[in-house]
Design a protein around this ligand. Structure first.
Ligand SMILES: [Zn+2]
Length: 97
């Protein structure tokens, strides 16, 4: 983990402003969803990915599945279902190229 060299103090309500330099670097604009993750005594902020894991379709719908924190859109979900029904015992093979 890299230090940005920037620190801020929490206000009385526990808020902190993310420095504009970091927001610009990360392309975090107004409305960007941010997820909070902890690891021991660390807090990590990460852009909350709402795009489909497979096709990267953005702005997922309510019908989108979440699996281990990743989103899968209805179209990719159906493709996976078809693939699993065709041969459920066959492991997926890596794509070369
Ligand atoms: Zn998809």
């Amino acid at each position: 983990m890299l230090s940005t060299g920037v620190s801020r103090r929490l206000d009385r309500l526990g808020r902190v402003v993310l420095p504009i330099e970091l927001r610009r670097t990360l392309h975090w604009v107004h409305g960007t969803p941010v997820g909070f993750f902890t690891d021991a005594d660390h807090l990590v902020l990460r852009k909350h990915a709402t795009d489909c894991l497979f096709c990267e379709e953005g702005d997922v719908e309510e019908s989108t599945w979440r699996y281990h924190g990743a989103y899968v859109c209805p179209r990719c979900r159906e493709a996976l279902r078809t693939l699993a029904q065709a041969d459920p015992l066959s492991p997926m093979e890596p794509v070369e190229g």
